[in-house]
Design a protein around this ligand. Structure first.
Ligand code: 5GP
Length: 216
């Protein structure tokens, strides 16, 4: 057993919107006892399927501000017009040996990088622009203009991949999960990753441009 398999580490999973990171984060936690989910606080209203305290702690702007001012959040960021933050207490489970999975945006990931040196930062890439669009559309919860906004946002976030320790391509959920587990367990030998990350980012960005041009 490697050191990282023995002790808990915070695992940051960041990705452009629609890459499937929430599915990956949730599956890890459902499938493996050694992974626990960091439940963030947010001012965003809940979607129909979401439960307070499970998916997020849904709080008012006033309550979020109080948490922030009183130092209860280890990182926070504004995403798509709402505030999101990781409660400091969410990382406590790492002390008892669990890997704490943080499904957060790239701004939050950068803060965790600074504040939590042993955190493992993983960036997920979509396999293509059209898969990204299909996933954003497939949620069925967002209006067209929201899909376009998120697609543009995702395009802009792709280049952040190079700030992360590891890159995993989510073309197949099972493979992506296997790779994340291998990375966290400290045996990333079988992780395919991306040979030329800059090239791959450029390729994905032009695919997204084409998708946007065709119309969502
Ligand atoms: P959504 O509203 O679709 O659930 O999430 C929007 C974005 O906010 C996603 O990129 C998600 O990972 C990110 N996010 C969720 N919780 C946090 C958090 O605690 N901190 C930060 N920085 N981002 C978060």
């Amino acid at each position: 057993m490697t050191d990282s398999a023995r002790s808990g580490v915070p695992v940051v999973i960041a990705a452009p919107s629609g890459t499937g990171k929430t599915t990956i984060a949730r599956t890890l936690v459902e499938r493996f006892d050694r992974f626990v989910f960091s439940v963030s606080a947010t001012t965003r209203p809940p979607r129909e399927s979401e439960r307070d305290g499970v998916d997020y702690r849904f709080v008012s702007e006033e309550e979020f501000e109080r948490m922030r001012v009183e130092g209860e959040l280890i990182e926070w960021a504004e995403v798509h017009g709402y505030a999101y933050g990781t409660p400091r207490s969410a990382l406590d489970a790492a002390g008892s040996g669990a890997h704490v999975v943080l499904d957060i945006d790239v701004q939050g990931a950068a803060q965790i990088r600074e504040l939590v040196p042993n955190a493992v930062l993983i960036f997920l890439l979509p396999p293509s622009g059209s898969v990204l669009l299909a996933r954003l559309r497939g949620r069925g919860t967002e209006a067209t203009e929201v899909v376009i906004r998120r697609l543009k946002g995702s395009r802009g976030e792709l280049h952040r991949a190079r700030d992360f320790d590891h890159v995993v391509v989510n073309d197949d959920l099972e493979r992506a999960i296997r790779e994340v587990v291998a990375i966290v367990d400290g045996v990333p030998d079988g992780v395919e990753g991306v040979t030329d990350l800059d090239q791959e980012v450029i390729r994905l960005q032009s695919e997204i441009d084409a998708v946007l041009k065709e119309g969502v």
